[in-house]
Design a binder for this molecule. Structure first.
Ligand code: ADP
Ligand code: MG
Length: 244
């Protein structure tokens, strides 16, 4: 099997006249952690959303494990089962308990029976440091706790890649560390991850590779230490000067 988890080739995405992704080429290897940085509006979320077809690409191909998921005939529900996504605003089901949030998809999609799903949910809550919250409602949780539940929920489908879109941007500063810790642990356990974040400390410590996007283009990529110490591109430098 190839060592490549994701291979994006000449990806273009337009919303009407707005050409948002302009020929993106991008690869992620198995077990690699890629951090995606760039100014607001540069197309980071759109790229992540194309990776699990929350957006349909205008042109180009997106291969996950060698299967081009941009083809209309692909069973996208099945492809999505292997791709976990975590959003800035958690997107938990507020009318369900924490446990129900986590067991819903695996049970409904027939991936696990109810009992197995419940055991898995308990185990995942332990992993994210929320063992005692199985019966809690999302409304009773802090933002950081909600985000950790959202991570547990994504993991319940046993995905082999996790996409994070600014998972800590909506959190109070004191909550950020706990969420980053969970993500670090995942990375250490070998999860393949693509993370959009402004947390440069996380990027430095955890990322195998950083990609700087600007105006729908991959402007620069490299190891975090190298890129942060000596960005090659003027735009990368200007961006890093603002965020570091
Ligand atoms: P980033 O995540 O880097 O801030 P986005 O991918 O969210 O950037 O947005 C890139 C551009 O695409 C912006 O100009 C935004 O307005 C536009 N865009 C994103 N999603 C949509 C959408 N669903 N409909 C129309 N325009 C969109
Ligand atoms: Mg975004």
């Amino acid at each position: 099997m190839s060592d490549l988890k994701v291979k994006v080739t000449d990806l273009n995405k337009s919303f009407g006249d707005n050409h948002v992704l302009k020929g993106i080429n991008f690869e992620v290897k198995n077990n690699e952690v890629v951090v995606l940085i760039g100014p607001s509006g540069s197309g980071k979320s759109t790229l992540l959303r194309c990776l699990n077809r929350l957006e349909d690409p205008t042109s180009g191909s997106i291969e996950i494990d060698g299967v081009d998921i941009s083809q209309p005939k692909v069973d996208i529900d099945q492809a999505r089962e292997n791709i976990g996504m975590v959003f800035q605003h958690f997107n938990l089901f507020n009318n369900l308990t924490v446990g129900e949030n986590i067991t819903l998809a695996p049970v409904q999609l027939g991936k696990m029976d109810k009992e197995t799903a419940e055991k898995t949910a308990q185990k995942l809550l332990k992993t994210v440091g929320l063992s005692d919250k199985y019966h809690a409602t999302p409304a009773s949780l802090s933002g950081g706790q909600k985000q950790r539940v959202a991570i547990a929920r994504a993991l319940a489908m046993n995905p082999d890649i996790m996409l994070f879109d600014e998972p800590t941007s909506a959190l109070d500063p004191e909550m950020v560390g706990d969420v980053l810790e969970v993500m670090k642990k995942l990375a250490k356990d070998g999860m393949t991850m693509v993370v959009v974040t402004h947390e440069m400390g996380f990027a430095k410590e955890v990322a195998d590779r950083v990609i700087f996007m600007d105006d729908g283009i991959v402007m620069e990529e490299g190891k975090p230490q190298e890129m942060f110490a000596a960005p090659k591109n003027e735009r990368t430098k200007a961006f890093l000067d603002k965020v570091i």
